[in-house]
Design a protein around this ligand. Sequence first.
Ligand code: G6P
Length: 379
Amino acid sequence: TMVEKQGFKHFMLKEIYEQPGVVRASLEAYFTNIEESSESPINLGLPREFYADLAQIQIVACGTSWHAALVGKYLLEQLAGISTQVHYASEYRYAPSPLTPNTLIIGVTQSGETADTLAALAMEKERRQGQEPQYQARLLGITNRPESSLGLMVPHIINTLAGIEIGVAATKTFIAQLMAFYALALDLAAHRQTVPLEKLVEIINGLRQIPKEIEATLEAQESLTEHLAHDFAETKDFIFLGRGINFPIALEGALKLKEISYIHAEGYPAGEMKHGPIALLDAKVPVVAIAIPGSVYEKVISNAQEAKARDSRLIGVTPVNDGEAAEIFNDLLPVSSVDELLSPILTVVPLQLLAYHIAARRGLDVDQPRNLAKSVTVE
Ligand code: G6P
């Protein structure tokens, strides 16, 4: 079937606007386990053996999928209490972690065709041959194309249900991957009883609010980000800061900007800025800080103040709109008030829009950026 732009100027913008629907599709598919007898409110269709004695998780991915995996690591460790490592697939394939018992490997790839990710999984699959059966069953793919090469390679799949994505820079498939990780982490937490049931229900109810919060964010941001984009016609470098669960979103914000606007950008954990990148800062280098009330809010604010003291223009992605925020940030990209644990699904949206509008304003080919391919099927 032909996918059309439906009145949007670019596929990327259309796909950004499809995100509330993508979250709804995932909620309907995975978060409504109505069977009373079930151990978990999540249904991923994974067999019982999958859960027994799970001790460790290794994740392999590239690009935006690697960023989703970093959010996944946070959730798997903090909710399900499973030690998790995230690897670039291109690195893991030549230097894998030692094979340990009861380790799950997850490959995250939107297309299911990325050569490095497939090769890392193939290597892993091969070295598990001849081990006990539970080793061989513990391969999971998270993909938007279950019919892909990845789908043929691994015994278990979480289908991210985002619908086909045309824009080379991933947007809605990233949010769909985040949803897959919320589902997996909450499911494992339920089976392992690391989070009390009431708390699980509270988190799931929070997730159910996300589609309309993305809608509100899109509405609030539309003209804001477009307007803000005008100011960066000459900008050569951008820094994105986040901490905790929003550190990977800082990385993703920087990647989106690099990919489509060709502006140099770096994402950094806000607390690390003082160990190097702060030397880059001056009035020519804007800093985007993701500041969500919760465990690291005050820390991010104080890191952001350090940037401001170096004359950087400070842009805050935050639900806070009080006197303090107005004083610290030169510009606000407001998001709805949301539990910190769920905030990455919202905070990425203004960063996608900012990258989009800067690139569109520069007259660039947003959907087909130079030198990039939707999926890289060579090593
Ligand atoms: C390419 C694309 C990126 C994508 C990466 C991984 O580099 O340009 O947008 O994140 O591949 O793709 P995958 O299909 O494995 O998620």
